[in-house]
Design a protein around this ligand. Structure first.
Ligand code: COA
Length: 156
């Protein structure tokens, strides 16, 4: 059975053995949340949601990854919908993400299908600098910032 849960501290090691949790250091209930998709007891995908410090100033879905053997089964769609639900629960009326316009056709098709539309802004990408952890914003014209309206929980 397929389920989606928030990553809890006691499951970090288990999940990390199957899926890279590259944004774990950003994790904190007020800043970000990792959602994990489970096929029974096995982690098969994840999505990270940043609640603060995002490019468009609304919650941002990042780091969506589904294990290769589990793709095209609706897992990324389920993770995205779970992220939208959580954003709605926290009172947001929209959510965003960035996707390459031409380097990642699978992701582009996924988010087109889910109703994400071009936010109409060039997207500066934070690039790790080769000499250290410092990150610098560079504009990558292939990246598209996309947003989707998710009605707020307390909307009429
Ligand atoms: C992109 C990715 C997250 C999609 O995950 P997924 O669980 O396979 O996606 P879903 O099953 O929810 O796909 C939903 C729809 O998206 C589209 N889609 C997804 N993958 C596709 C592919 N490889 N080719 C064409 N369309 C695709 C289809 O319309 C699909 O619906 P369908 O299967 O009924 O035709 C997955 O391929 C992945 O982990 N890729 C590597 C990491 C990555 O690129 N992440 C996105 C960063 S923005």
């Amino acid at each position: 059975m397929l389920t989606v849960t928030e990553l809890s501290a006691d499951r970090v090691d288990l999940v990390d053995r199957h899926l890279p949790l590259s944004r774990l250091s950003e994790q904190g209930p007020e800043h970000s949340t990792y959602l994990i998709a489970w096929e029974d007891a096995q982690p098969v995908g994840h999505a990270h949601i940043a609640w603060t410090g995002t490019y468009l100033g609304v919650p941002e879905i990042q780091d969506v990854l589904v294990l290769p053997g589990h793709r095209r089964c609706g897992i990324a769609s389920l993770l995205t919908e779970a992220a939208e639900d959580e954003a709605r629960r926290r009172g947001s009326d929209r959510i965003s993400l960035s996707v390459s316009q031409d380097q990642n056709p699978a992701a582009k098709l996924l988010y087109d299908k889910l109703g994400y539309v071009d936010a109409g802004v060039e997207h500066p990408v934070l690039m790790p600098m080769p000499w250290g952890d410092d990150r610098r914003a560079v504009t990558d014209a292939t990246m598209q910032a996309a947003a989707r309206v998710v009605a707020s929980a307390d909307a009429p």
